[in-house]
Design a protein around this ligand. Structure first.
Ligand code: XMP
Length: 522
């Protein structure tokens, strides 16, 4: 275990991911955690993340210097680097000279940390203060025009740091530097592999659910719930039932894919609820995005709970101990970023709600099973592959819970859904054909249902609807950039949609980043 101490930088999650890419398990802890508590977790190394621009800022977060005396290897990045320098008797100068963005760094004496890296390379910086003198016993490894001490190490004490951000994409050789610290200086072993993750989770789930417990999992068609279900199924077999609500707002072939491919790959017991009419009726006449979202959310919970009740009753008939135990398990695909963002914390939570689960004992509780709560999205995909789930499921683009309901701008009707489903299927097909699925985070296709524009097809005038395609790149959906798709791919998408989808006579491209736009239109 490597602990990443978060000083409020947006980079802590990225650092934790990079550590795992080096095959070492990592978790994020807040800088307010007492050092004794960190050490009690027996970390093999500790990384201090970036943070506010100045260690001299009023109220700037700091760290108990004991952390450097515990004989645990520590790596400081950016702000963490300055904290280390300051705590150990070096000097941090409040120079007023700033370095932001791409900076050239000159390696003066590579040491172990910067070994085998070109003398001059480009890194990503973001700092105002600079370390002007390294602490005693530290070797200075690199400098920039502004910063005389841009990297240092003390091999005896296994402490090291860099002024730049090795975790960001724009830093050359960043991952190499991190791996030098983890593997060569801290001596961390490379044990974080997908096989180990899966085995460990299966053991953990078996222990949690016990020999008689039954679990239910709501499948959304998305990656997370599918992988969570597959892991649990591996652990408890047919004591897992999956519920899939087909709300009619899915993309083409999606429901069939879940029914056919997912069941084929896992053998899971699947309970499909066809609620298409119910959702369409509830959405009739509604154009406001928030209202649509509320209606879809409400109907979803109603449908899901009714299905749960039915599934549990069946399980009780098969195995009366379910009722006796008065506890059942609900599987959720919660990911690590959700856990970190909601304040972290280990342990499982109980949800008692579900009062309206008809016909079940009042005090029936659901205990949550969250097999993915330590994983990042890319790791979830690898686990899915490891479990033999088909690529169509594992590499699917994220898809919002309210589905196509929030990609039709205007009222949702069966005809409009049909149009959008066809256009979306073409866009996805062409993206796949171009081999771009894994480069593009998501590519919503949006139907501007209340807008019409004039076109000409054959010899005739048309008066149809435009669709917008919105390809974006992103690491986590918090920010996104519009994807520069090759023109020939855009052309094929445009030509095919206007030729093959009745009533769509115009294809437009959304070139807005997030912020200011969001990924979805509603
Ligand atoms: P926005 O549009 O806010 O979306 O930039 C960020 C990411 O979240 C997805 N999204 C949702 N996912 N339920 C979900 O499960 C929702 O209500 C929802 N709204 C947006 C969106 O597809 C993107 O990946």
């Amino acid at each position: 275990l490597v602990l990443v101490v978060d000083f409020g930088a947006q980079y802590a999650q990225l650092i934790a991911r990079r550590v795992r890419e080096a095959r070492v398990y990592s978790e994020i802890v807040p800088h307010t955690m007492p050092v004794a508590e960190m050490l009690a977790r027996e970390p093999k190394a500790i990384i201090l993340s970036g943070g506010p621009s100045s260690v001299y800022e009023e109220g700037a977060p700091t760290v108990d210097p004991d952390i450097f005396e515990a004989k645990v290897p520590v790596f400081g990045m950016c702000y963490g680097f300055q904290l280390m320098a300051q705590a150990l008797g070096g000097a941090v100068a409040h120079t007023g000279a700033r370095e932001y963005g791409r900076t050239s760094v000159q390696i003066t004496a590579p040491g172990v940390l910067l070994g085998e890296i070109p003398d001059n390379h480009t890194v990503w910086m973001s700092h105002g203060d600079s370390v002007s003198a390294a602490p005693e016993g530290f070797d200075v490894l690199a400098a920039t025009l502004v910063t005389p001490v841009a990297a240092f190490e003390n091999l005896d004490r296994r402490l090291a740091g860099v002024q730049w951000h090795p975790e960001v994409l724009h830093t050359e050789h960043g991952q190499v530097v991190l791996e030098h610290f983890l593997h060569k200086i801290a001596g961390c072993r490379q044990t974080w592999t997908m096989v180990n993750i899966v085995d460990e989770q299966i053991d953990r789930i078996r222990e949690q659910i016990g020999e008689h417990g039954h679990a239910i999992c709501g499948l959304s068609g998305g990656v997370d719930s599918a992988v969570a279900a597959a892991v649990v199924q591996r652990a408890i077999g047919d004591r897992l039932t999956c519920v899939f609500v087909d709300h009619g707002l899915l993309r083409k072939g999606e429901a069939e894919q879940v029914e056919r491919d997912f069941v084929a790959a896992t053998g899971v017991d699947l309970h499909v609820v066809d609620a298409q009419k119910q959702f369409l009726d509830a959405l009739a006449g509604v154009a406001d995005p928030e209202e649509k979202r509320k209606i879809i959310g409400r109907e979803f919970i109603r449908t899901f709970e009714a299905a749960e009740a039915e599934v549990l009753k069946k399980a009780m008939k098969r195995d009366p101990s379910v009722a006796g135990a008065k506890v059942a398990f609900l599987v959720q695909g919660t990911l690590y970023p959700d856990v970190v963002e909601s304040g972290g914390g280990a342990g499982t939570s109980n949800i008692k709600s579900h009062h309206n689960v008809g016909g079940l004992p009042d005090d029936l509780e659901f205990e949550l099973v969250e097999p993915l709560r330590t994983l990042f999205k890319d790791e979830v995909r690898l686990v899915g592959e490891q479990l033999g789930l088909p690529a169509e499921i594992v590499w699917r683009q994220p898809f919002p819970g309210p589905g196509l309901g929030i990609r039709i701008i205007g009222e949702v009707t069966a005809e409009r859904l049909e149009l959008l489903r066809d256009a979306d299927a073409i866009a996805r097909e062409e993206l796949t054909r171009a081999g771009l699925d894994r480069d593009i985070w998501q590519m919503p296709v949006v139907l501007l249902a209340d807008v019409r524009s004039v076109g000409v097809q054959g010899d005739g005038r048309t008066y149809g609807h435009p669709v917008v395609i919105r390809p974006v790149t992103s690491e986590d959906a918090m920010t996104a950039d519009w994807a520069r798709l090759p023109y020939d791919v855009l052309e094929r998408i445009s030509t095919r949609i206007t030729n093959e989808v009745r009533d769509v006579n115009r294809v437009t491209l959304d070139v807005t980043s997030k912020p200011p736009g969001t990924i979805e239109w509603e």
